[in-house]
Design a protein around this ligand. Sequence first.
Ligand code: SF4
Length: 235
Amino acid sequence: MNTKYLINAIYRATEGEGVHIGAPQVFVRFQGCNIGCINCDSMDTWDFSGEEISLEEVWQRVLEESYGGKIKRVSITGGDPLHPKHEKQVLELSKFLKEKGWFVNVEAAGVRLVDSIFDIIDYISFDFKTPSTGVKTRVENLVRLNQQYKNKFQIKAVIADERDFKATLDAYNQVLAQSDTMDFPWVLTPCYEPNEEFPMERFQNIQNLNESYGGMFRVIGQQHKWVYGPDKKEV
Ligand code: SF4
């Protein structure tokens, strides 16, 4: 109970992307990430320094944000919540919330599988890093997710252009070739940069590409960015 949690923010919001879009939840955002995506929209979460609080304080703030526990749903995000510096805390917090019967999702940055955490949470939102991020996700990780965590994960890929789409399609085909079944959702998130006008043409192009290749992906935008604007944090 003395472990310190390096936290960027704890806030309530309606999920703005991926298959849980529209679900109200409390986000526990860990501070610290060394993955270095070129198009990261939360670079303020990179430094491994800032507010350190206890599990009891995290819980109190989750309770406040959830209207005293009315919303029993938490998404653990970052930064990189699966960085080795956060692993112990994320495991402890996940166990704590699961013992209370809450739904727990972890936003995984696409570079690490942490079985001790994945085994006990309800859902894994796993990034596939596309070329525009400048980071690579190993296809073996996606194959292993599919083998071990059926029905409890999605793969999300931020798509800036056709090259990103083709890289995701290539990963899709590689996972398909190495798996008995593949019925989890692959979600394409059209890139919507801070300070940018709503990129209607990019959305349309990505939808058209997906349709032309048979529509194996779900194209889901970042709803919070058009509700609050692309720059607003903690929404
Ligand atoms: S993993 Fe997330 S927080 Fe880290 S650099 Fe990439 S987008 Fe930013």
